[in-house]
Design a protein around this ligand. Structure first.
Ligand code: SF4
Ligand code: SF4
Ligand code: SF4
Length: 335
């Protein structure tokens, strides 16, 4: 078993205060409409909610900002980021972003943010009705990709070390680290099991036999997309909130100085993928709507070796047209 410790709530608060001196801590707190990542300072340290469920905005907002000048040399940060309370469905998106902005044509801005960032993830214990991580091969608790992971147990946390950087984060806190005991490990497993069952129970009505990739791959001619797209208003929210969506546009924003802006794009917009001269591969809205399903469940699987959907449910929550991806997929499976 991985190296684990138990940290009581009192010690946890003092650890956070020390981390605050070394890092920009970004952590969830409750606001209208749900939990939101925000930058923590001494006055807001007590409002952090590390357990419960994912934030409204995805982690990608920090690693790949909605708009930025890609000519700038650095992030002007004097301290690295420490992301606290990241959930499994955001962590699962990182290998996709890492591949999209890595490899032979690595993006230096993304890479530097990613390399500098510390991730302290956390188990979920209050899944939303829109959560469906367990339906797409995930789970409501992180198993990899973190430096530290914390699981709330009674009045403290079981902390699991996931990397050398994670181990270093705990250096100097010997008094706070208690060797984890059987009961604490059992409490973690029990909570994980209960949360997984909740997610599966919430999704009972959306279950079907077969794999998402198979179902979507065979759906090119399906009328289901035309039916569900009727309420789509092309707002692009489904792409904006998605932790794996990463399409962008570039714009030369100034004639006086070299400013090249990169901003998020949406495959639901009329202008998406339009070429010089006005040509477009997907002129009709249902074709763009269908593209999102093919991208998530076929293209990314083929190109990056994993589904492009982590089941976070944000696109369901954000959709102005009340389109639920799970309903669309179930409908596709039924035809
Ligand atoms: S989709 Fe799963 S991992 Fe993500 S917040 Fe919901 S329960 Fe947690
Ligand atoms: S497609 Fe929807 S549910 Fe899947 S990862 Fe993106 S926002 Fe989350
Ligand atoms: S969020 Fe809903 S309404 Fe907006 S573009 Fe996506 S599917 Fe259409």
């Amino acid at each position: 078993m991985a190296e684990r410790y138990y940290i009581s709530r009192e010690y946890w608060a003092s650890i956070l205060n020390v981390w605050l001196e070394k890092f920009f801590i970004i952590a969830p707190r409750r606001e209208e409409g749900g939990l939101y990542f925000h930058e923590v300072d001494n006055s807001s340290i007590n409002s952090i909610i590390v357990d419960e469920v994912r934030t409204v905005q995805p982690l990608k907002n920090y690693l790949l900002p909605p708009v930025e000048n890609i000519i700038k040399k650095n992030n002007n940060k004097n301290k690295p980021w420490l992301f606290l309370g990241v959930k499994a469905c955001d962590l699962a998106a990182l290998p996709i972003l890492d591949q999209a902005f890595g490899g032979d044509f690595a993006d230096p801005l993304y890479q530097s943010r990613r390399e500098e960032s510390i991730i302290v993830s956390a188990d979920c214990n209050k899944p939303l009705s829109t959560c469906f991580c367990s339906m797409v091969g995930g789970d409501p608790f992180p198993t990899r990709g973190f430096d530290l992971n914390i699981s709330k147990v009674w009045e403290g946390y079981v902390v699991e070390i996931g990397s050398l950087r994670g181990k270093e984060l705990l250096e100097g806190f010997d008094k706070a680290l208690k060797e984890v005991v059987k009961e604490e490990n059992e409490a973690v497993e029990k909570m994980r099991k209960q949360t997984r069952v909740k997610v599966l129970k919430n999704n009972r009505d959306f279950d079907f036999n077969g794999s998402y990739t198979d179902i979507v791959s065979k759906s090119w001619e399906s009328e289901v997309y035309k039916k569900h797209v009727e309420t789509c208003v092309e707002c692009g929210a489904c792409n904006n909130v998605c932790p794996t969506c990463h399409c962008y546009m570039l714009e030369d924003a100034s004639r006086k100085e070299f400013v090249k802006l990169r901003g998020w794009d949406s495959c639901q917009y009329t202008g998406y993928a339009v070429t010089a001269g006005g040509g477009t591969p997907r002129p009709r809205l249902f074709e763009r709507f269908r593209n999102r399903y093919f991208c998530k469940f076929k293209y990314l699987e083929e190109n990056y070796g994993q589904l492009g959907c982590t089941g976070c449910g944000r696109c369901i929550e954000a959709c102005q047209g009340k389109i639920d991806m799970r309903v669309v997929l179930k409908d596709l499976a039924a035809r």
